[in-house]
Design a binder for this molecule. Structure first.
Ligand SMILES: C[S@@+](CC[C@H](N)C(=O)[O-])C[C@H]1O[C@@H](n2cnc3c(N)ncnc32)[C@H](O)[C@@H]1O
Length: 218
């Protein structure tokens, strides 16, 4: 189980508490996106109906949610970290919630966006999380997710910053990496058609998956 003490829930709670600590630093560090990521965001927008309703799950400081708003989508941000939400609410409407149990009705969203947030979901909860996203999307709805590539999961220390609080060895996040093919199979088994899947490399290798909720079977 993730974490030495209490398993998955402790890992998620500790990771989200760390985001409270590093929110401002994280925002500064991630303000710029790579060209590949920017293209993926555009691909997501194009796949959605004009003015569609989108939930950015694990929205962090709201960079993408704000971008989607400017592009004409009705985008809301959801995160567990209050410090992140305080930053995100400058550019979008936000709600505190858990992306593993979305606080929305069934079939009510046109899109779900997950930029580097599925990577904090303990592996045994990923399938149920995708099922939840599928249930929240309307038929034909689109999920855009970008997550880190690899096979393991474990604690990673937050890179040292000038702020002495986050040089402490206890400031760590639980990461869950995914094999791209396995992730696509999981997305399909949750009831999506995978529209595209591509990898890109920055300080990590990422897989970007665009998937559409399959129409109900006749
Ligand atoms: C690496 S940051 C990504 C932020 C933003 N999406 C981006 O692309 O910059 C991960 C975010 O997911 C949030 N998060 C992690 N687990 C979560 C959960 N179970 N429910 C909601 N938010 C979660 C964290 O608080 C953090 O803001």
């Amino acid at each position: 189980l993730p974490g030495e003490v209490g398993g998955p829930e402790d890992a998620v709670a500790e990771t989200s508490a760390v985001y409270d600590l590093i929110a401002e630093d994280y925002e500064t560090r991630t303000r710029q996106t790579s060209p590949e990521y920017a293209l993926f965001r555009e691909q997501f927008i194009v796949a959605l109906p004009r003015g569609g309703t989108v939930l950015d799950v694990g929205c962090g400081p709201g960079r993408d949610a704000g971008f989607f708003r400017k592009a004409g989508l009705l985008c809301f941000g959801l995160d567990l970290s209050e410090a992140m939400l305080r930053l995100a609410c400058r550019s979008t409407s936000v709600v505190r919630g858990d992306l593993r149990a979305l606080p929305v009705r069934s079939n009510c969203l046109d899109g779900i966006w997950s930029g580097a947030s599925l990577l904090h979901v303990p592996r045994e909860q990923v399938r149920a999380t995708l099922d939840g996203w599928h249930g929240a999307l309307s038929p034909g709805g689109v999920a855009g997710l970008s997550t880190s590539v690899g096979h393991d999961e474990g604690w990673e220390l937050v890179p040292a910053r000038e702020d002495h609080r986050i040089n402490e060895p206890s400031v760590r996040r639980w990461f869950v990496h995914h094999d791209p093919d396995d992730l696509c199979s999981l997305v399909q088994s949750a009831g999506f058609d995978v529209v595209s899947a591509a990898t890109r490399v920055s300080h990590r290798t990422w897989v970007q998956v665009l998937a559409r909720k399959c129409p109900p079977r006749q």
